[in-house]
Design a protein around this ligand. Structure first.
Ligand code: UD1
Ligand code: UDP
Length: 356
C-alpha cells in the first residue's frame, strides 16, 4: 500500500498526476488528509476538479500555531500509519503537513518519497525552509522540480537518492490548460495572490502591499486566501482594500478557474512559491513579494523580479517592470521545469529505488 499524505491546496494539485500514474500502473493507494486546509474552496474543490479519490481519513488538524498544528497532525498520523501501515509514504512540498508526515513516518521506519525536494532559500526564519530540510533528510527518494534543487541536495549529501523529474505542477497545469480556450488580448489583467506569513503577520507590511496594488497600472484580480482575509479584517484594512478602484478581491478559486485567470494575465503579483513558478507556464512575468530566491533560474533570467513593498526604490523599479510586462508566447517562455511528464518519471524512479 502507498499512502499519500496531503493537507494543503498546493498538495492536492501536486498529488493528482502522481495518483493517476500509480493507479495506471496498478498500485494500491490511499490518501490521508491532515485537515490543514479545510474550507470547501481550499480543499474539496480540488479533489472534485482533479478527479482525486476521497481521503480515507481527515485528521482535522488545521488551525493554530505551527507547533500546535504539527503536533496534532503527528498524533493523528502515528495512529493511522500504525493501524494501516503502508509500504511507502509520499509527501509533497514544504508545509507543516509535509514535515509532520516526514517525522512520523521516519520514526515508524516507513520509507518516504518526497515530491518537490531540494528547493532552498537559505533562510531558516522561513517556516517552509525548515519543513523542506527536515523532509528531504528523512526521505528515501527525492524528486526535484529543477536542476538547482538537485545541486542543493548534492551539496547536502543527498544526491544519490535524488532525481530531476521536472515539476509535477506542470503536469497538472498542462492537463487543465489544454482544455481552456485562449482569451483575447484586451481582457488581459494582473493576477495577484497573497498569503505568506511574512506578508500577513504585520499591519504595516499589509498596508504597504495595498499601496503597491493601488499604484499598479491596470485591473488587479486577487483570489484572497482565508489567512489574508482574516488578517485584513483583524487589522481593519478590509475597507481600505475594498476602496482601491483597480483592485478586485474574490473568494479562493478552484484550479480550473485559477488557470483560466493566469492564462489571461500580463503580470502576476504574488508571494506564492507555486504561483510564481506557474507564471512561467502561463506566460505572465512575475513580481514576487518576498526577499526569498525560491526559483533562482527564473530570477536570474529576469522572469521573476522581487519587490519589497516597504521600499520606495524597490516599488519604483517594480512598477517599471510591471509597465513593460505583456503576455509571452508559448515558444518564448522559460523551460526550467521539465516536460510535463514528472509523474511518470517518479514512478520509474520509485521502481529503480525498489520502493514500490
Ligand atoms: C500553508 C503553508 C504554506 C503554503 C500554504 C498554501 C505552512 C507552514 N504553511 O500556509 O507554506 O504556502 O499553506 O496555501 O504549512 N484558513 C482557513 N481555512 C482554510 C485554511 C486556512 O480559514 O481552509 C486560515 C486559518 O485561520 C488558518 C490560517 O488560514 O489558521 C493559516 O492557515 P495555515 O494552514 O496555517 O497556513 P497557510 O497560510 O495556509
Ligand atoms: N491556486 C488556486 N486557487 C487560488 C489560488 C491559488 O487553485 O485561488 C493554486 C495555484 O494556481 C497553485 C497553487 O494553488 O497551483 C498554489 O497554492 P498556494 O499559493 O496556496 O501555495 P504555495 O505554492 O505558496 O505553497
Amino acid at each position: 500500500m502507498i499512502t499519500h499524505i496531503v493537507g494543503n491546496r498546493p498538495q492536492f494539485i501536486k498529488l493528482a498526476p502522481l495518483y493517476r500514474e500509480l493507479e495506471k500502473a496498478g498500485y494500491a493507494q490511499n490518501i490521508i488528509h491532515s485537515g490543514q486546509h479545510y474550507d470547501q474552496n481550499m480543499s474539496e474543490v480540488f479533489f472534485a476538479e482533479l478527479g482525486i479519490p476521497e481521503p480515507y481519513v481527515n485528521l482535522s488538524a488545521g488551525g493554530g500555531s505551527h507547533a500546535q498544528m504539527t503536533a496534532r497532525m503527528m498524533v493523528g498520523l502515528e495512529r493511522e500509519l500504525t493501524d494501516h501501515p503502508p509500504d511507502l509514504v509520499i509527501l509533497y512540498g514544504d508545509t507543516d503537513t509535509t514535515a509532520a508526515g516526514a517525522m512520523t513516518a521516519a520514526k515508524l521506519c516507513i520509507p518516504i518519497a518526497h515530491v518537490e525536494a531540494g528547493p532552498r532559500v537559505h533562510d531558516k526564519s522561513n517556516p517552509e525552509e525548515c519543513n523542506r530540510i527536515v523532509t528531504d533528510h528523512l526521505s528515501s527518494a527525492l524528486f526535484c522540480p529543477d536542476t538547482v534543487s538537485m545541486r542543493n541536495l548534492q551539496q547536502e549529501g543527498l544526491g544519490a537518492i535524488a532525481y530531476v523529474t521536472g515539476d509535477i505542477m506542470y503536469d497538472t497545469y498542462l492537463s487543465i490548460a489544454g482544455r481552456i480556450a485562449p482569451v483575447p488580448a484586451e481582457e488581459e489583467i494582473i493576477v495577484m495572490t497573497w498569503h505568506r506569513q511574512e506578508n500577513t503577520a504585520d499591519r504595516a507590511r499589509m498596508e504597504s502591499i495595498l499601496d503597491l496594488v493601488e499604484k499598479m497600472d491596470g485591473k488587479v484580480i486577487c483570489p484572497l486566501h482565508p489567512r489574508t482575509r482574516k488578517c485584513l479584517e483583524e487589522y481593519e484594512l478590509m475597507q481600505r482594500a475594498a476602496s482601491i478602484v483597480n483592485f478586485e478581491m474574490t473568494e479562493p478559486l478552484g484550479y480550473v478557474e485559477m488557470v483560466r485567470l493566469m492564462n489571461r494575465a500580463r503580470l502576476i503579483l504574488t508571494d506564492s512559491g507555486g504561483v510564481s513558478k506557474e507564471s512561467s507556464f502561463a506566460g505572465a512575468r512575475c513580481l514576487f513579494m518576498l526577499d526569498l530566491d525560491v526559483w533562482p533560474d527564473l530570477l536570474e533570467d529576469g522572469w521573476i523580479r522581487k519587490v519589497d513593498p516597504q521600499s520606495a526604490e524597490s516599488v519604483a523599479e517594480a512598477l517599471a517592470f510591471a509597465q513593460g510586462a505583456s503576455r509571452v508566447a508559448k515558444e518564448d517562455r522559460p523551460k526550467y521545469y521539465g516536460d510535463g511528464c514528472a509523474a511518470a518519471k517518479m514512478v520509474s524512479a520509485l521502481r529503480q529505488e525498489r520502493l514500490i
